[in-house]
Each structure stands twice: as structure tokens, then as C-alpha cells.
Design a protein around this ligand. Structure first.
Ligand code: BES
Ligand code: ZN
Length: 453
């Protein structure tokens, strides 16, 4: 592992990270509410131990927000550090090589749910600040922390908090560690994200399940109706068939497209090593970066209904549901996109069934203008720590808070993340590359120092 100039107790940092990763703080599963609270308390305790002030849990409609501050650098900028302590469900469990909530180090990687998304990265922010405070007795800039516990489920609590705070948030920019490097060793700033709407489509037929021999011929089949609807959402070329869906899509500028074309990228390696598919799919006429970063997409995540056990059961189910999301790009709007989606779903509904689409959560897309002081200094800090020139990319994932920082608080977000493309986010065997954990900490420290100069 890399030798770093910082005076860090690596083992203590790893122990702390492992304790964090052991808490199964899965925000989407109600039975994990006690773990959500434990994770929030853990974050608060680390902030307190790190010398931060005014550490508190902000209670509200949803999972607690953890906030803290250190405002001892008058005249210097105030940076708001954001991360999330909630994680995605770990299933399918049998595909993990070590249990998701028993963090395990193999080689240079630590494996656990949340290792890189986002506990490992949140921990980088906390420990970068704590170690700087410990080593120098003060911070070069003012710091606020805002760590949330429902990023993976849309982040309603932080949205209402930000709405209420508005321009009184008291920060000049946000630093977000929840993204990834474009390639190992290549310092990266993310300057664009897709938005999302996450929906559930429910199809109901008869008032109760029916014998398929006795009623087949007269009763509508909700599962097949659902299959028909889902099949009508995209064409075989992956183009979304919802009328109007592409109307607001803004193409990246020629300069941005040229910069993407210069990124070090081997499509065949990507196909084989990272995606592991016989063939990449997607809209014709757009390259991989455009397809994953700058075009809307639609995915079905799960389908439920009818009989799926061992053996056979002849039944016409009364009900079927599917989870479907769309990724949004500038200038698409979540509410309008949901309206277009649900209108199209209604149009596709066959006779005899009732169809209802529900909007579970959403967040807008965002692009950040890289030509601002906070991003320029971030690139300098990364250049120095990684000894390589920083690249600017977008990501296909969503961090709804980025658009909200801009909208409600009027501040830019610096997305400085240290994950890797093969970290298996949301999938079995999620990992975090430990050299990136330490390099990330050094980069954040250096960034704060340079901002304070
Ligand atoms: N950290 C991810 C988003 C991300 C992934 C950004 C990779 C850049 C590169 C974030 O925690 C996430 O997964 N967000 C959810 C948000 C949604 C559920 C509202 C997502 O994108 O699915
Ligand atoms: Zn995530």
C-alpha cells in the first residue's frame, strides 16, 4: 500500500471504518430503522471525537440528518461536507463471497455493503477533517457537515431541511464524496449527474385469484397485462417509447463531447470486465458516455405477482406490480416526466384491468459549471495528490441533493469521489479500494488547505 506523508493511524482508521460498515443501515427496509439510528449515532460520535462542534441529529419526517460545524476561520470560505450513512439492500445474499455486513479485507480492497457507497467515502470526509484538526489544532476553512440517511430512497428529509434553510444554510460550496474515479489512479471531478423518477406500476384484475381452467377465457390476466405494458415502454433498440420524453433533452456541448472522447477508455474491456455481457445495448448513434451520462434511460427493477414457487399452480393472479425507474438528463423535470410516463402506461393498458402508476421518489438531473473557484481548486488539489491531471466527467447515477444545493441554497457542488468503476455499487461484493480511502483523505485535506490559502 502507498506510503503517505500524512501522520495517520491506519489501523485505527480501518477499525473505525469497519465498525461503521457493520451497521446494516438499509434505508428502504422498515425493519432496519434501529440500524439507521445506530448509524446516525455512529456518525455523530465520530464527528464529536474528531473535534467538531454543535454535533446533533436533526429529526424530521424521515431518517435523522447528522449535522456538525467548525467555524473558527473568520473571513475564510465555509464548505459544506455531504455524505450518506444509509445503504442499499444487500440481496442476493448468496452471491457475496463474505457477508455484506461483516467487512472483510482481501488484498487491497475492503468488501461490505456501503464500502464505497457511501460509508467509506463519508468516513473519508469525517477523518480528513478530524486528522487535520488534530495535527494542526485548527482548520484552514470553516466546515459544516450534513450527513443524511435516506439518499438511497430519494432524500425527502434533507430536501425539506434545505428548503427551510434556503440561503441561510451558511455555506459557500458543497463537497460531496459519493462518486467515483474514471479509472484507477486518475483523479476525477464529476460535474454532471442524471436525475431519476422511481415508480411502481400496479395492475389489478379480478377481485381475487381465479382458477385458470375455469375462468381462463373470460378473466383478464394482470401479469400478462403488466408484461404488455412493460414491453411497450422501450423499443428493441432501447429507445424510450413515451411520447414527448426526449423533448427537453439537451445535448452536451461539443467541447464536453470532445473531452469525453479523450478519456482513456477501451470499450471491449469495459464490456467484458466491467459489465460482463455478450453485447452492449443502447440507443444507436450515441457513444457509451452519452448513453450512460447524457441520455434518459428506463429500467424495470422487479416484477411481482402470481405463482413463482416450486412446482405448478394453475392460477390467474388478481394483481401484479413492477418497479420501474427512469434516469433524467438536463433539462428534464421529474414531475413532468412522471406525468408523461403514467399517461403512456394508461394508454398501454389492455382491456379488463385497472392500472395505476405511483411516483415513489425522484430527483432532478444536474450539471455543474466547472469554471468556478471551488472546482478549480479541487482540481489543483487532486492533480497534486494523485500526481496526474484531473479529468471532468459526468455520471449516470443520481444524487438528488446536488440539484437542491443549487436550487435552494444557491451553492455549487464539488463532486470529488474516490470509488472505482468496478466497486459493485448496489450489487453483491461491493468494495472500496483501500489505497483510494487513504488517498481520498489526503486529497480532501489538501483541498481544505488550498481553499484556505
Ligand atoms: N453514489 C450513488 C450515485 C453515483 C453512483 C454517482 C456512481 C456517481 C457514480 C448514490 O448513492 C446512488 O446510488 N443514488 C441513487 C439515488 C436514487 C435512489 C435517488 C441512484 O442513483 O440510484
Ligand atoms: Zn447508492
Amino acid at each position: 500500500m502507498l506510503a503517505l506523508p500524512m501522520n495517520l493511524d491506519r489501523q485505527a482508521l480501518l477499525d473505525g471504518l469497519q465498525a461503521f460498515l457493520r451497521i446494516p443501515s438499509i434505508s428502504t427496509l422498515p425493519e432496519h430503522q434501529p440500524d439507521i439510528r445506530r448509524a446516525a449515532e455512529f456518525v455523530a460520535a465520530e464527528l464529536r471525537a474528531g473535534g467538531l462542534e454543535q454535533v446533533r441529529l436533526i429529526e424530521g419526517g424521515g431518517n435523522p440528518l447528522v449535522s456538525a460545524e467548525w467555524l473558527g476561520a473568520p473571513g475564510k470560505p465555509t464548505l459544506l461536507l455531504y455524505g450518506h450513512y444509509d445503504v442499499q439492500p444487500p440481496d442476493p445474499l448468496d452471491e457475496w463471497h463474505s457477508p455484506p455486513f461483516e467487512p472483510t479485507i482481501r488484498g487491497d480492497d475492503i468488501f461490505a455493503r456501503g464500502a464505497s457507497d457511501d460509508k467509506g467515502q463519508t468516513y473519508i470526509l469525517i477523518q480528513a477533517v478530524a486528522s487535520l484538526l488534530r495535527d494542526t489544532g485548527a482548520l484552514p476553512v470553516n466546515i459544516r457537515f450534513l450527513i443524511e440517511g435516506e439518499e438511497e430512497v430519494g432524500g425527502e428529509h434533507i430536501e425539506s431541511y434545505l428548503k427551510a434553510q434556503g440561503r441561510n444554510l451558511g455555506a459557500d460550496a458543497a463537497l460531496i464524496a459519493d462518486t467515483e474515479l474514471f479509472a484507477p489512479g486518475l483523479p476525477t471531478l464529476c460535474v454532471g449527474l442524471r436525475g431519476i423518477i422511481y415508480t411502481e406500476v400496479e395492475v389489478t384484475g379480478a377481485g381475487h385469484d381465479l382458477h385458470s381452467g375455469v375462468y381462463g377465457g373470460v378473466a383478464p390476466n394482470p401479469l400478462q397485462a403488466l408484461a404488455h405494458i412493460l414491453a411497450g415502454l422501450k423499443d428493441p433498440q432501447e429507445r424510450i417509447l413515451i411520447p414527448g420524453i426526449y423533448d427537453r433533452v439537451r445535448r452536451p456541448s461539443p467541447a464536453e463531447l470532445e473531452a469525453w472522447a479523450r478519456l482513456p477508455f477501451d470499450e471491449e474491456q469495459y464490456r467484458i470486465k466491467e459489465v460482463d455481457v455478450p453485447e452492449l445495448v443502447g440507443e444507436p448513434g450515441y457513444n457509451i458516455f452519452e448513453r450512460t451520462w447524457a441520455r434518459p434511460t428506463l429500467e424495470v427493477h422487479g416484477i411481482r405477482g402470481g405463482f413463482t414457487g416450486e412446482g405448478a399452480k394453475t392460477v390467474i393472479p388478481a394483481r401484479a406490480t413492477a418497479k420501474v425507474s427512469l434516469r433524467l438528463v438536463p433539462d428534464m423535470e421529474p414531475e413532468e416526466t412522471f406525468r408523461l410516463f403514467s399517461e403512456h402506461v394508461s394508454r398501454l393498458a389492455p382491456r379488463g384491468v385497472r392500472v395505476r402508476a405511483t411516483n415513489l421518489h425522484g430527483g432532478g438531473p444536474s450539471v455543474v459549471d466547472p469554471d468556478n473557484h471551488f472546482i478549480r481548486v479541487a482540481a489543483q488539489a487532486l492533480d497534486e495528490v494523485f500526481a496526474s491531471q484531473t479529468v471532468y466527467i459526468r455520471s449516470g447515477g443520481s444524487i438528488p441533493i446536488v440539484g437542491l444545493f443549487d436550487q435552494y441554497a444557491g451553492i455549487p457542488s464539488v463532486m470529488m469521489g474516490f470509488g472505482l468503476p468496478d466497486d459493485n455499487l448496489h450489487a453483491p461484493n461491493e468494495k472500496f479500494h483501500l489505497p483510494n480511502f487513504f488517498l481520498g483523505m489526503e486529497a480532501v485535506r489538501r483541498y481544505l488547505e488550498m481553499l484556505g490559502q
